[in-house]
Structures are given as structure tokens and as C-alpha cells.
Design a protein around this ligand. Structure first.
Ligand code: GLU
Length: 498
């Protein structure tokens, strides 16, 4: 597939509707547009990433959803050049504040007969379709050429019209940047409404009108919007005639994201909620890297990359049109790889809010805990795949003896009679250790449990680990006990026996 290489300044946009919790598909769209603009900034004639809020559906748009989208974009570091909070030459970037622009466009379209008033009810349209046996869904053009008398009769009945766009005859073809040539026969694309009977403009109008005024050069968006593209291209032709649009943008439709059971990932799927990944302790760079793989690859043999590398390499022509499968395991693995790339200081800084939120650390952290955390982080940083895992790994170290708890399942499994016998022998052996260090603890336990009791190391240290850290998974045992100190370690062994 050959795609014209992009040259000259590009302007792309993301145009979310602030309804509900932002979806990972929205992030993927934002990311590809952002990477496209940033790549063009570096290597083309310039790139601008526009962010526009499509909030014309007043019933479904909420402040909460808008706030979540902004919060998400900031967390991910997907910065925009024009839009909410930053402004720009095409402000306002909220469609709810652009009513005048849409009314003007509607009036000019009507004046040049690109549109017509339609008085039909849905029931009437359905009844006519049934009667004619037509397979074409949608409007049948009944009101295209109403006479003045017909119009007056409808108005006398108290009907209020919607405004419909007159689709041209023939076919519409565009060269999709992802899918190659796409053609629609317009007899399957019925005349569509641009506004409601109360005059409220619809997505069908406001989206292309804004793209025109904002001089968007490339529309990169999900495949679910493919069927609106022939309608928008036809409308663009009218907008160009009217001097509202300079040019029709190029379109690229990003592949569907599939969830479980080969069904489109829907808002109802828990893994669809983008902000949940932050709560789950994902790194923004891990999530972005994973979402980039939903349709794009930096190289055949490479999955892990930075956003700088993506920007450098990104070409919309390389996006694969086939549906992409959302795979949580893979997302976690990619995130883990990014955890490994962070410096120790960076991991420490990023786990802090999670440790505070969970109550492991106080806010602000006191000096003693800060020191302890610094000593503990080298043991933990390489063992966690998500920031949240630090809470379980470090909880034991900062817990008072009266708040310390053990995982019940782990206790049941490892602190049974045999396990408690191991803990008792450990306690005896450790009480004799004078110089408390990881090495001394290890030597004492090795001598007592492995050599003395003849246990395999795995069976020997498991019960001690659960007794001291509360869990079967913890930082290395001997170092953990060194950090915890002699008194607290012995107290935990004792309380495990109680
Ligand atoms: N507001 C539309 C949506 O969220 C934008 C569609 C588009 O990108 O053209 O689906």
C-alpha cells in the first residue's frame, strides 16, 4: 500500500465527547494524533495537535467526564498546542460555545440548497420503507423537493423540520491513510440530519465544520467512525464551495480494539477505563507504549520503546488496519519493562503517593521513615511490576506491631503446625544472634533450619517470611529482617506463635 508522504504543516485533533469514563480507545486515538503531530514538528513542515471538546450533547456531557479527560491527558503527558486551558487562534475549543458558528454554517448551507427541511417522523420513514421493500436504511429523501403547499400543510400541522444534507449521486472515494482506497456508493448513504427540530446542531454538522474552521489537515480516528466519512466528505465539498473549508482533510481510520471473545472492547469492559490504569499502578509510559501497539509497531522484534522513540518513528502509513486485540497480560509485561528502565530515585518518587494513600507512610513522611524507605527501595524497585505492588511489599516494614497483619491465606498455608515449629526454632536461634545483620540472620537460620532440622531452604524460610513480613511474597528475607531490626523481627516471630 502506498500512502502519500506527509509534507507541509499538519494539524490534527482529538475531539472527545465528555460522556462517561474515558476509554482506552480514546487514549490510543489521542496518542496516534499526538505522535503524528510531534513527528511532523520534528521532520515535516510543522505539526499542531488540537484538542477540542465535543459537548453538543448537553444531556450526556458532564463536567466529571471532562475533568477526567483532562486529568488523563496530563497524567499521560500528551500535551496539546491548542484547546482547553491553553487556548489558541481558533478558540473557543468547546462546541457548546460555538453555537453562532454552526447557525451561520447552517444558514449558508440552506441558502445554497445544500440542505432542505424535512418534516417526516421516523414512523413515517419506517412505514414507507416497509411498503417499498427497500433494503436501504435511513432516510428516503421524501422531503427533498417539497412544494410550497406541502410545506405549508406540514407547518399547519404544527410540525417542526430537521435540516437534512442532500447527498450527491454517485460514489465517494477517499484514500484512507490506514486502509487504502475506500469507496461508498451514495445510494447507501441517505440524506442525513444536521440539526434537531429545535435547532440544536448535531455531530454530523459540528464535527466537519469545526475541522474546517480549525484547518485540520488529517483526521485520524477510530474505525467506528468510518461510515460517517462519506457524509463528511460530501459536506466538505459544500463547505469548500461556501468558502468555509479550504480543503478536505485526509482521513485515516485506526483499527478496532477487540476485547474478550473477539468482541469490540466496550465501555462496559473493566479494562476499557483508562484512568483505572493509574489507580492500578501503571506508569503512563507503560500504558502509552502498550496502547501504541494496538495497531502500530516500532519494529518487528521490539515491543518496548519510549515516547521519544515513537515520535521519531511514527508514520500513519505503518498502522495496521486489522483489528487489534487488547491483552491485559501484555500491557502488564510492557509496564514491568518500563519499571525496569526507571532509576531507583524515580521509582521511589513514584511509589510515594501510593504508599501515602494506602496509609503505609504518613504525609509528610517523617525522617526515620524516609531513611528506612531509602534503604528498602533497592530491595523492592526491581521486584515490582506496578507501583501499587510497593504497598504490599513495604507495608510490613512501616507497620506498628499493633497494625501489622498477615495475609490469611498465606498464614493458613505456611503457619500450620510444621511452620510454627520452624518459627519456634528460628526464634531460639535468632535470640542468640548478637550483631544483627542480614548475613548474621542468614547464617543463624541456615544453621538451625537447613543443617539442624534438615529442611529444604524453601520449606525453611517460607514460614519465617510469613511470620515476619505477613506474606509469602516480600523483599529478600534476610535483608528485610535487617531493616526491620532485631526487636521487631523477634516480636513478629513471637506473635506468629501466639
Ligand atoms: N466526538 C466524536 C467522538 O468522540 C469525535 C469523532 C471524530 O474524531 O471525528 O466519537
Amino acid at each position: 500500500m502506498s500512502t502519500p508522504h506527509v509534507s507541509g504543516p499538519v494539524r490534527v485533533r482529538m475531539a472527545p465527547s465528555p460522556t462517561g469514563s474515558p476509554h482506552v480507545g480514546l487514549v490510543r486515538t489521542a496518542l496516534f494524533n499526538w505522535a503524528f503531530a510531534r513527528h511532523a514538528q520534528l521532520h515535516g513542515g510543522g505539526g499542531t495537535f488540537v484538542f477540542r471538546i465535543e459537548d453538543t450533547d448537553r444531556e450526556r456531557s458532564t463536567q466529571e467526564s471532562y475533568d477526567a479527560i483532562i486529568d488523563l491527558m496530563r497524567w499521560l503527558g500528551l500535551d496539546w498546542d491548542e484547546g482547553p486551558e491553553v487556548g489558541g487562534p481558533h478558540a473557543p475549543y468547546f462546541q457548546s460555545e460555538r453555537g453562532e458558528i454552526y447557525r451561520d454554517a447552517l444558514a449558508r448551507l440552506a441558502e445554497s440548497s445544500y440542505t432542505y427541511d424535512c418534516f417526516c417522523t421516523n414512523e413515517e420513514v419506517d412505514a414507507r420503507r416497509k411498503a417499498s421493500g427497500s433494503k436501504v436504511m435511513g432516510y428516503d429523501g421524501f422531503c427533498r423537493d417539497l412544494s410550497a403547499e406541502q410545506r405549508a400543510a406540514f407547518e399547519a400541522e404544527g410540525r417542526r423540520p430537521v435540516v437534512r444534507f442532500r447527498m450527491p449521486d454517485g460514489s465517494i472515494t477517499w484514500h484512507d491513510l490506514v486502509r487504502g482506497d475506500v469507496t461508498f456508493e451514495t445510494r447507501f448513504v441517505p440524506d442525513y440530519a444536521l440539526c434537531r427540530a429545535n435547532g440544536d446542531p448535531l455531530y454530523t454538522l459540528v464535527n466537519p465544520v469545526d475541522d474546517a474552521y480549525m484547518e485540520i489537515t488529517h483526521v485520524l480516528r477510530g474505525e467506528d467512525l468510518l461510515s460517517s466519512t462519506p457524509r463528511q466528505i460530501a459536506l466538505y465539498d459544500a463547505l469548500k464551495e461556501l468558502g468555509i473549508a479550504k480543503a478536505t482533510p485526509e482521513f485515516g481510520h485506526l483499527p478496532y480494539v477487540m476485547g474478550e471473545g473477539n468482541k469490540k472492547l466496550s465501555k462496559r469492559d473493566p479494562e476499557a477505563h483508562a484512568l483505572a490504569y493509574r489507580e492500578k499502578g501503571f506508569l503512563p509510559e507503560g500504558l502509552l507504549n502498550y496502547l501504541a501497539l494496538l495497531g502500530w509497531a516500532i519494529a518487528a522484534d521490539r515491543d518496548v520503546f519510549s515516547m521519544e522513540e515513537m515520535v521519531e518513528a511514527f508514520d500513519i502509513a505503518d498502522v495496521n488496519p486489522n483489528p487489534a486485540r487488547f491483552d491485559l497480560k501484555k500491557a502488564e509485561a510492557i509496564n514491568a519493562a518500563h519499571m525496569r528502565l526507571l532509576t531507583l530515585d524515580d521509582v521511589t518518587e513514584r511509589v510515594l503517593p501510593f504508599l501515602k494513600d494506602a496509609g503505609v507512610l504518613s504525609d509528610p513522611v517523617d525522617a526515620a521513615d524516609t531513611q528506612l524507605l531509602e534503604r528498602a527501595m533497592p530491595l523492592v524497585a526491581e521486584r515490582i511490576n506496578k507501583l501499587t505492588e510497593s504497598v504490599d511489599m513495604l507495608g510490613f516494614l512501616f507497620a506498628d506491631e499493633d497494625t501489622f497483619t498477615r495475609d490469611e491465606a498465606d498464614v493458613e498455608k505456611l503457619l500450620n503446625d510444621d511452620g510454627r515449629a520452624v518459627v519456634r526454632r528460628s526464634l531460639d536461634a535468632l535470640e542468640r544472634v548478637a550483631e544483627w545483620s542480614a548475613g548474621a540472620v542468614q547464617d543463624a537460620l541456615q544453621a538451625e533450619l537447613v543443617e539442624g532440622m534438615g529442611l529444604k531452604p524453601r520449606n525453611a524460610f517460607g514460614p519465617v517470611r510469613v511470620a515476619v513480613t505477613g506474606r509469602r511474597v516480600s523483599p529478600p528475607l534476610f535483608e528485610s529482617m535487617e531493616l526491620l531490626g532485631r526487636d521487631r523481627s523477634l516480636a513478629r516471630l513471637q506473635s506468629a506463635l501466639a
